[in-house]
Design a protein around this ligand. Structure first.
Ligand code: XMP
Length: 514
């Protein structure tokens, strides 16, 4: 039995299932996401204080539509059905659920919903608000004992409940940001209907994961490819805590890292008694990149060489049982593998593209259910330093795609120094930006230094603010900061005589230059 109050989320294959789990965790309530086919004994063994039925792509009338045993609804445990979960609950209690007769009755996207507030679920809500709907079926008649507690223009039963039996259903998705007050609804379900006390934290996640990893790994050996990014670093720290010297971390130093990056990563792992291999493959990468100017070709070369180095190391170390990766939930979504597909792992998508076939008994992905900001919280719990935990995104191909055109050691050294100055000044001046870096352009121009003519490189500075990195705006850095950065770069970095600030948003530009 878990040591915390537990909410069980039964997954019907909805695209937001993990998001529900995340929202519950944010409320400080422990939850487990189980497939909707989970055995009843398995669910009961967890002694859940509440059950959430997720959305899903099915219609309750489909021949193979996923169902749950109706008796779950009479356990007396509060249930919240969301979208398909709501329709299924109504259907199992003999209500009529129908496919929308015409397109106008289907609801996708933002909808104004009116709430009844004389019930525990909506007690803290205004009279109406925007909810995010995504359903083709609708509840035509409600089950006996139920009442309608929310309505929209196209959905007469946008939410239903039977307060006596603690059964609640919403057609919309309270877990998505587009639903106003969605978090209030989930909080009221957890704290006022299920009686949750909020007795869980990320530190508990850490202990549970460490225990699980120890059980799975036994006395086996684990290999992890460290990229220097936050995800693989946190996975490594978790494994280091769990199995210590059974873990070997391979950090491929391709020479395309930022100033002091390799040392910072190495230092962060010194406190654990693990095997740490920093493979110096700088010459090899430079050799393969020699004369290459096409960005895509650069990326392919780097990805391939990364794999080769890793394979060689893996062979050299021999007889490793587990390959560990820092895959996080957005990676899982992007690779199309949802819950219950734990075996169908795209093992090669996380760290620079690991090979399809490596001889390991099993793949470990301990962060698979976490979102990026949760990974950062866990990293802090594990004692990783802020410079690792708070790392901005850094592309796998590293500085090679920030040196426009041919990549040489000289150019990389110039860029590394200019980039370090820019980052240092922005941090010192507390400039708020999501990602910031320098780029070595392929532009050389005439300048004058002392009494002499120069013909040197131009450095471009890029700083953007964004939440999802899909669109981004350029940051309005104060002039005095730009002035200082420019002065320092031209004075301290050899072969640079011009500094440009990029004032293009994404789109039309991208964040990186190549
Ligand atoms: P773009 O340049 O497409 O970048 O606007 C969006 C975000 O993705 C990062 N990026 C990469 N990350 N491997 C990565 O791991 C890559 O090849 C790569 N290319 C771009 C970029 O730094 C930005 O945060």
């Amino acid at each position: 039995m878990p040591s915390h109050q537990t909410v069980i989320i039964l997954d019907f294959g909805g695209q937001y299932s993990q998001l529900i789990a995340r929202r519950v965790r944010e409320c400080g309530v422990y939850c487990e996401l189980l497939p909707c086919t989970a055995d009843l004994n398995q669910i009961q063994a967890r002694r859940p204080i509440g059950i959430i039925l997720t959305g899903g792509p099915h219609s309750v009338y489909e021949a193979n539509a996923p169902r749950i045993a109706p008796e779950i609804l009479s356990w007396g445990v509060p249930v919240l059905g969301i979208c398909y979960g709501c329709q299924l609950m109504a259907f199992l209690l003999n209500a009529r659920v129908n496919p929308a007769a015409d397109a106008s009755a289907r609801e996708y996207g933002k909808t104004i919903t009116r709430f009844e507030r004389n019930n525990l679920l909506f007690q803290n809500l205004p009279e109406s608000g925007i909810t995010w709907m995504s359903h083709g079926d609708y509840i035509e008649t409600i089950p006996e004992g139920f009442e309608i507690i929310a309505r929209s223009d196209t959905c007469p039963a946008a939410a239903i409940c039977d307060q006596t039996r603690n059964l609640y259903g919403v057609q919309f998705h309270p877990e998505v940001n587009h639903t106003e007050h969605g978090n209030d609804i989930l909080r009221d379900f957890l704290f006022h209907i299920c009686g949750a006390s909020g007795d869980w934290s990320m530190s508990d996640y850490k202990s549970v994961k460490i225990r699980e990893l120890r059980e799975t790994i036994g006395d086996g050996k684990v290999l992890l490819a460290l990229s220097g990014g936050v995800d693989s670093a946190v996975a490594a720290a978790l494994l280091a805590e769990a199995v210590g010297e059974q873990l070997t971390c391979v950090f491929v130093d391709h020479g395309l890292l930022r100033m002091n990056e390799g040392e910072e990563v190495e230092q962060a792992f010194q406190k654990w008694n693990i095997h740490f291999r920093r493979v110096n493959a700088r010459r090899r990468f430079l050799m393969w990149l020699e004369g290459v100017t096409d960005p895509e070709e650069k990326r392919k070369i780097i990805g391939k060489q990364f794999i080769r180095v890793f394979e060689e190391e893996s062979k050299r170390l021999g007889s490793m049982d587990f390959l560990a990766q820092g895959t996080i939930y957005p990676d899982v979504i992007e690779s199309g593998a949802g819950l219950g597909n734990a075996a169908v792992i795209k093992s090669h998508h996380n760290v620079g593209g690991l090979p399809d076939v490596i001889d390991f008994r099993e793949i470990l992905e301990p962060l698979r259910m976490l979102f990026k900001d949760e990974v950062r919280v866990l990293g802090r719990e594990l004692g990783l330093p802020e410079n690792i935990v708070n790392r901005q995104p850094f592309p796998g191909p590293g500085l090679a795609i920030r040196v426009i055109g041919k990549v040489t050691k000289r150019k990389l050294d110039i860029l590394r120094l200019a980039d370090a100055i820019f980052r240092e000044e922005l941090e010192k001046n507390h400039v708020d930006a999501s990602q910031y870096f320098a780029v070595l352009t392929n532009l050389r121009s005439v300048g004058v230094m002392g009494d002499g003519r120069t013909y040197d490189y131009a450095i471009a500075l890029r700083a953007v603010s964004t939440s999802d990195f899909m669109t981004a705006d350029w940051v309005r850095i104060p002039y005095h900061v730009l002035e200082r950065v420019s002065a320092r770069i031209v004075n301290e970095v050899p072969n640079v005589n011009r500094v440009l600030y990029d004032i293009t948003s994404k789109p039309p530009a991208t964040i990186e230059y190549e």
